[in-house]
Design a protein around this ligand. Structure first.
Ligand SMILES: Nc1ncnc2c1ncn2[C@@H]1O[C@H](COP(=O)(O)OP(=O)(O)OP(=O)(O)O)[C@@H](O)[C@H]1O
Ligand SMILES: [Mg+2]
Length: 414
């Protein structure tokens, strides 16, 4: 590999813009000597990266060992060489991606066939660099990581709030659509709902929005095209100011989500909103784990029924085993009434935590809101809307501002 002075390759403005940033820390896994030597020279001549260590084997077994292995804080970039053992390299990349999603993983390899590249991307690598490394390609790849970090730091990110039912029909879509519309309208918060049901999502229906053009899974499949214009074609706009990215309208064959696509998409959406609310299908599987880890809060919506409470206990246990911080998990008791078969005290005892919010049981009001598709218009005559408006105010009211009154409540304010 011929080593040309890297500095000579860039004009002064490119060098200036690169040198304004802190070098990104890099860890290598099984990177061959020649490539590592090149990286050392690269790091010395352009202060874009700082090499930490290069491990000689793919020995990452579990979450703890990944973090121990990568060091604390975890590096910004991890280079995984795929040439020694492609299988082990792919599984190490997957583990790192799951345990340290903030670390960008670059695959390096002599092989440049599409299959090899796809395999690496599927295991969570965001870049694929073919040996001998090309300096310009390396600068571009590192530049992308630096730009993403800068974007993250500079923009105030939306809170990502996940809503998931203890079982089907607990009221997730009812709660999330009303809560979202009230956050957007009463508290003027830029709010987006993402309907993550793989088929037949109800969020658009409950908001009276029809004729969706594209759904969220199509956005996930096009992360490389994501920009503000592209996003527009996925958005449905509600009269409250709330935006929605709907679920597929009907039944579709199951889609494979490329590892990393969910985090990347959420990061992109968080830069454009103040609150991103996710309507998750009930049940826990590792497909949603990437998203659950990214959420600032996870609201588990239950009703006071034995089967729902039993599932709730299992859900909480599962989330804890997956290292989701307990303080992120909050329980919402929907359809609350004072005389239910399972009492609040019994629920709190089995789940080992307090119920965070209670939404009253008002079937007729909820059905009216769904039929009319406008939670804001129901504020004056729906106990459920008022209850959710109070919760929206608790997290959405900007310091020093009054709640905006809508409908008949607005008249009293004149
Ligand atoms: N607070 C409430 N009081 C009375 N009925 C309610 C309440 N919340 C929801 N419901 C009713 O419960 C039913 C299920 O609600 P919803 O569709 O919101 O549940 P879900 O958890 O989203 O269901 P799915 O698992 O199908 O996505 C609906 O008929 C809705 O009207
Ligand atoms: Mg639903």
């Amino acid at each position: 590999m011929s080593i040309m002075p890297v500095k000579d390759m860039f004009n002064s403005s490119a060098r200036d813009s690169l040198s304004r940033h802190e070098p990104l820390s890099v860890v290598g896994i099984c990177v061959d000597d020649e490539t590592w030597r090149f990286l050392k020279l690269f790091a010395e001549s352009l202060a874009m990266i700082q090499l930490r260590l290069c491990s000689g084997d793919y020995r990452v077994q579990d979450h703890e060992s990944v973090l121990e292995y990568l060091g604390d804080p975890t590096p910004e970039i991890c280079l995984v060489d795929f040439d020694k053992d492609r299988r082990s390299a792919a599984s190490v990349a997957e583990r790192i991606h799951a345990s340290a999603p903030e670390t960008a993983i670059f695959a390096v390899s002599h092989q440049s066939q599409p299959d090899s590249i796809i395999e690496a991307m599927r295991s969570g690598c965001s870049e694929y660099l073919v040996k001998p490394l090309n300096r310009e390609q390396l600068v571009t790849a590192i530049g992308r990581v630096a730009a993403r970090r800068r974007d993250k730091k500079e923009s105030s990110k939306a809170q990502l709030l996940g809503f998931i039912g203890a079982k089907g029909g607990c009221g997730v879509t009812t709660v999330i659509t009303q809560f979202g519309a009230l956050l957007a309208n009463s508290y003027s918060r830029k709010t987006l709902i993402v309907d993550l049901h793989p088929e037949f999502g109800d969020a658009a229906l409950y908001l009276g929005l029809t004729k969706p053009r594209y759904h969220f899974f199509e956005l996930l499949e096009n992360t490389e095209r994501m920009d503000a214009d592209f996003l527009q074609s996925f958005l449905m706009h509600h009269s409250s100011g709330l935006d929605l990215i709907p679920a597929p309208d009907g039944s579709e064959p199951p889609r494979e989500v490329i590892p990393g696509a969910m985090s990347q998409t959420c990061d992109f959406l968080r830069l454009r909103y103040e609150f991103v609310l996710v309507d998750l299908p009930p049940g826990l599987n590792d497909d949603n784990l990437e998203l659950l880890r990214d959420c600032d809060q996870l609201y588990l919506v239950t009703v006071a029924e034995v089967s729902a409470v039993r599932n709730l206990v299992r859900q909480i246990g599962h989330l804890r085993r997956k290292d989701i911080a307990p303080e992120k998990i909050q329980v919402i008791l929907n359809r609350h009434q004072n005389r239910s078969a399972v009492t609040d005290a019994q629920i709190e005892k089995v789940i080992g935590q307090k119920i965070f919010w209670r939404v009253p049981n008002q079937y007729a009001q909820v059905m009216k809101t769904i039929h009319e598709g406008d939670p804001v218009a129901q504020l004056s005559n729906s106990e459920v809307a008022r209850n959710l408006n109070e919760w929206a105010g608790a997290i959405g009211r900007k310091p020093g501002t009054e709640e905006k009154k809508s409908g008949i409540l607005g008249l009293w304010n004149r």
